[in-house]
Design a binder for this molecule. Structure first.
Ligand code: SAH
Length: 380
């Protein structure tokens, strides 16, 4: 173990001990509480304390795979800005910016639209002190300097463009299992064999308020079915709906998940690019769950937003011209560089890689033109 591993390990042991003690005294906790502590405990939380993103780290995301991803997000935003009538200023915001790479590439590409970058005031919605530092470094020479805010409501008022990649998947989820015709919450408790280990246990029946969080399409699933509740999605949608009623705006979410509500356990933990047991080491692995794009779209639709997508990331990027961009980047370069660009392109768009699993959905103020690359959502 290197000294830095040890430095990270000790707070994690404390977090583990705290969570075990809390369960011993208060009883088993919702998966969402475990997830929030594992990701954002100030001393040991996975995101709160480190930068996990990159080929040599724990996992890799689209903007870290290729500069082209952020470039197309920037071109998309600049185009939407034009469709809004090129307001000056415009609030450009990113939710969960990770290393800041996507925004850095987006601003470079967005500069191709005359006046866009000059009009943009940049807000980064970020919960992690460690990642804020990294974002500040990545964007140190960017044409617009960021301001960090804690939530969507803190972005300055006015017309806005909100973008995000892999933000929704780390919002804490809850789980429920149907038994004897009743939905009961699946909680994190102590293992009956070893009180130093976490284990899933079944809690009481869901309240009526909680049942409302179960996707309507899944409420009649048979006994044994497991469903996920995403209590953090509605506040995101509501904050955007409120903004977009007051002033024009477009919001884009890229994330992994299914286009229609599906039952099943999607909670997963990743460390060093491998799947690990989600309960094994809180703070030591990324904990995420699939987005339910049907429910997310319905929430937005119900809140009065115009909804576009979801569409696969591959089709979205190809529709915007990523293949032409890849060919331009490879032109005149060595075979090795051209091969790398081709491989990166494939990772982003291939059906058996990120192209299909990752989806793109957008919201807009009612009545604005359709954003590039996306068709109007049709309620299922
Ligand atoms: N978008 C980046 C990073 C994805 S990881 C990329 O694609 O590479 C998830 C990001 O969301 C991290 O920056 C994490 O700290 C942030 N995050 C997670 N939950 C958050 C919350 N509730 N509020 C603000 N930021 C959050």
């Amino acid at each position: 173990m290197t000294p830095s591993d040890e430095d990270e390990f000790r707070p994690r042991e404390q977090l583990r001990a705290q969570l075990l003690a809390r369960i011993a005294s208060e009883g088993a906790m919702p998966v969402s509480t475990f997830m929030a502590e594992a990701l954002f405990d100030p001393m040991a939380g996975y995101y709160a304390t480190k930068d996990p993103l990159g080929a040599d780290k724990d996992f890799i995301t689209a903007p870290e795979i290729s500069q082209m991803f952020g470039e197309f997000i920037g071109l998309w935003a600049a185009e939407c800005w034009g469709q809004m009538g090129a307001p000056h200023p415009v609030q450009l915001a990113e939710l969960g910016p990770g290393t800041g790479r996507m925004m850095s590439d987006a601003l470079r590409a967005g500069a191709a639209a005359p006046g866009f970058v000059e009009a943009a005031q940049l807000s980064l919605v970020e919960a992690s002190p460690a990642l804020k530092m990294v974002q500040g470094q990545t964007l140190a020479t960017a044409p617009v300097q960021p301001r960090w805010v804690r939530q969507i409501d803190d972005i300055a008022q006015g017309p806005s463009l909100i973008v995000s990649n892999e933000f929704l998947d780390c919002l804490p989820i809850r789980q429920a299992v149907k038994m004897g015709g009743v939905w009961r919450e699946r909680l994190v408790g102590l293992s009956p064999d070893d009180a130093t280990q976490f284990a899933f246990v079944l809690g009481g029946a869901l309240s009526d308020a909680d049942l409302a969080l179960v996707a309507p399409a899944l409420r009649d699933e048979p006994d044994g079915a497991l469903v996920e509740l995403r209590p953090a999605d509605a506040p995101v949608v509501e904050a955007i709906a409120e903004r977009f009623k007051a002033a024009p705006g477009y919001a884009l979410f890229v994330d992994y998940g299914s286009s229609t509500s599906e039952p099943g356990d999607t909670l997963q933990a990743i460390a060093k690019h491998e799947k690990v047991d989600p309960l094994k080491e809180p703070g030591g692995a990324d904990l995420t769950a699939w987005v339910d794009f049907q429910t997310f779209a319905e929430l937005a639709h119900g809140a009065g937003l115009d909804v576009y997508g979801p569409v696969g990331q591959g089709d979205f990027l190809k529709g915007l011209g990523i293949e032409t961009r890849a060919a331009a980047l490879a032109r005149g370069r060595s075979d090795a560089v051209a091969d790398t660009i081709e491989r990166q392109l494939n990772r982003l768009v291939a059906q058996d890689d990120m192209g299909d699993l990752f989806k793109v959905i957008a919201f807009a103020s009612a009545g604005l033109p359709a954003p590039p690359g996306l068709d109007r959502y049709t309620p299922i």
